[in-house]
Design a protein around this ligand. Structure first.
Ligand code: ADP
Length: 618
């Protein structure tokens, strides 16, 4: 019997499959089961068209592993194929979804695409060295046997088959040094694969499972077989919301291993229209242990009509919502995913944009309706949101600015920016914030005094990212953010006195380039001196940046402010040149210490203090 050759492009794909080094060979089972399910759909449809009501249970998809013969059979009761169809469908891939895939592989060597998109029937050759298809088309008597050992071609012969439908018989490859193929003959492994990829196929996927039990009246065990349905069939997310309780959602969250905690929010949406999809998403209640490491993989599972096509589709979520767990099921994708990769990208993008909006909306509503839970959520993932503000040049400000919380001097509790704004007295020009390790430290900063004394509220920035995030935001509700150490606070209680200009100049000379300016302060109440800054870089930013590669460039422009009302001030006024140099040195270095900045020359500072103590003595 003459062997027929595969069409050229089919042969190339076949070669790729046969020699695949792809680690996820297991997806062949998903592909074959999906084909069986499609064929059953078509048969159902035909039945409906001819006026009968199809019985779903009839469309069983049977899996039969045989260890001795190294075979695995996937049998369905679907429409089947006649000779021409076998020829057309399995002899060439030009018409099937795999065609587009082939082009893609050649362009990008992206063999991992196999795991993400359907590659159909040919994936069988990743695990089998011989494939036999026996098929009988519904409404016809003849059955046909298609057989191929790979890229050298295939044969089609007539045969007999009792019922319409298709049986795919895989002869599983022998193990090699590096690859284990035996696993595809193992009933538990097969059962796991069905659960993983095909759990929500609507037809029963069955297998005769070999089990053992104790014999009656004896200590011996015996083996017996029992047919099991491997898939749970109805996807939770396809049920209507009304049918589902919070417990159902929670159980699913845990079954999918999204987290060990309970989610703080479940989002179940059904979208119909130009884009049709169902999404089931969860906001976790606790941070996954690897969340802030590079090991964490963000993304949602992607399903097409109940069949999983990707475990973690990162493109569905922006990084700042990377904590969201769940899945998206879209029938739209099944049409495009294997056929038009480009178009598929476009669809994914549109879905992702929609999901981002939905997540934002739900978080806002949580924030409004359940402040306590939102606070808990923010404790866990607030940092991610703030990084989101900072990244992409502040592009996501619209999405994120109302989701951000800061602790406020009002009561040390969280506040939204909107609440802060609503409480602002009319004369307040800026949104004030202080940066530091803790709320207590910021509160005790000399620079905080003036702002608090004015009765203005202060936001506490205790994380590195905070100030960078608001720098991107620039303003909120037309009010700019202002670091309390900025030399211009927007309220000068009284104009800085000219009276001291001379003295300030002398102190500036004593300190040289280390300060940009020295001025009589209008903000200090009880402290003798403090540092403020001019320009874009604050002291806190200098600290963060000095740990990075641009350390030298990233210096804050420091202004030493001196409290002319302080009891020690007259000593400055009375000091001679030598003493003034000494006092300036001490004031400046102490101001550095208070800000948590290192002293450049600790020995000189210590000497200055000792000298002062020595003078005191006499
Ligand atoms: P795709 O499913 O992406 O079209 P495949 O290579 O998986 O590509 O299959 C090619 C064609 O072969 C299918 O479109 C279908 O018409 C036919 N086919 C595959 N498996 C079966 C089956 N079990 N029963 C009936 N037809 C099938």
């Amino acid at each position: 019997m003459a062997k027929k050759q595969f069409k050229a492009e089919s042969k190339r794909l076949l070669d790729l499959m046969i020699h695949s080094i792809y680690t996820q060979k297991e997806i062949f089972l998903r592909e074959l089961i999906s084909n069986a399910s499609d064929a059953s759909d078509k048969s159902c449809y035909n039945a409906l068209c001819s006026g009968s009501v199809p019985d779903r249970e009839r469309y069983e998809i049977r899996l039969t592993p045989n260890r001795e013969q190294r075979t695995l059979t996937i049998a369905d009761r679907g429409v089947g194929m006649n000779k021409e169809e076998l020829e057309k469908n399995l002899g060439t891939i030009a018409e099937s979804g795999s065609f587009q895939f082939k082009n893609d592989v050649e362009e990008k060597e992206g063999v991992d695409i196999i795991g993400q998109f359907g590659v159909g029937f040919y994936s069988a050759f990743m695990v089998a060295d011989e494939v036999t298809v026996v098929s009988r088309k519904e409404g016809e008597e003849a059955a046909w046997r298609w057989n191929s050992k790979g890229s050298d071609g295939y044969t089609i012969t007539q045969t007999e088959k009792e019922e319409p439908g298709t049986e795919i018989l895989l002869h599983i490859k022998e193990n090699t040094e590096t690859e284990n193929y035996d696993e595809f003959l193992d009933q538990y492994r097969i059962s796991d694969l069905v659960k993983k990829y095909s759990d929500f196929i609507k037809y029963p996927i069955t297998m005769e499972m070999t089990k053992s039990r104790k014999k009656e009246d004896s200590e011996d065990y015996e083996q017996y077989t029992e047919k099991e349905v491997l898939n749970s069939r109805v996807p939770l997310w396809k049920k209507s919301k009304k049918e589902l309780s919070e417990e159902d959602y929670k159980a699913f969250y845990h079954a999918q291993r999204y987290g060990y905690d309970d989610p703080v929010k479940t989002i179940h949406t059904n979208v119909e229209g130009s884009l049709t999809y169902t999404a089931l998403m969860y906001i976790p209640g606790a941070v996954p242990y690897d969340f802030y490491t590079k090991d964490f993989k963000k993304g949602l599972a992607l399903y097409s009509n109940g069949v999983m096509i990707m475990e973690k589709c990162a493109d569905l979520l922006p990084d700042y919502f990377g904590f969201v767990q769940g899945l998206v099921d879209s029938a739209d994708l099944s049409l495009n995913i294997s056929r038009e990769l480009l178009q598929q990208d476009h669809q994914l993008k549109a879905i992702s944009q929609n999901l981002t909006k939905t997540i934002k909306k739900e978080l806002l509503s949580l924030c409004e309706k359940d402040w306590e839970t939102y606070g808990k959520f923010f404790d866990a993932f607030g940092r991610t949101l703030k990084y989101g503000l900072y990244s992409d040049w502040g592009m996501n400000r619209e999405t994120l600015q109302d989701l951000i919380l800061f602790h406020s001097s009002k009561d040390d509790a969280y506040t939204t920016l909107k609440e802060y704004l609503d409480r602002m007295p009319e004369d307040q020009k800026y949104i004030y914030y202080g940066t530091g390790e803790s709320m207590a430290k910021i509160r005790s900063m000399p620079a905080a005094e003036g702002v608090l004394a004015k009765g203005y509220e202060l936001l506490f920035f205790t994380e590195d990212v905070d100030e960078f995030a608001v720098k991107m935001l620039q303003s909120y509700g037309e009010k700019e953010f202002k670091n309390i150490t900025d030399s211009d606070l927007g309220f000068e209680a009284e104009a800085p006195s000219e009276e001291y200009a001379d003295l300030m100049k002398k102190i500036k000379e004593a300190l040289g380039d280390r300060v940009a300016d020295v001025k009589a302060s209008t903000r200090l109440v009880s402290h003798p001196a403090c540092l403020s800054t001019r320009g874009a870089i604050s002291i806190e930013m200098e600290k963060v940046l000095s740990a990075g590669p641009d350390a030298q460039k990233a210096k804050a422009e420091k202004v030493l402010e001196i409290n002319t009302g302080h009891p020690l001030f007259p000593r400055l006024e009375a000091a001679d040149e030598e003493q003034l140099r000494l006092l300036a040195e001490i004031l400046f270095n102490q101001a550095l210490l208070i800000e948590g900045l290192p002293i450049e020359d600790p020995v000189a500072y210590a000497n200055a203090v000792w000298k002062l103590l020595d003078e005191q003595k006499s």
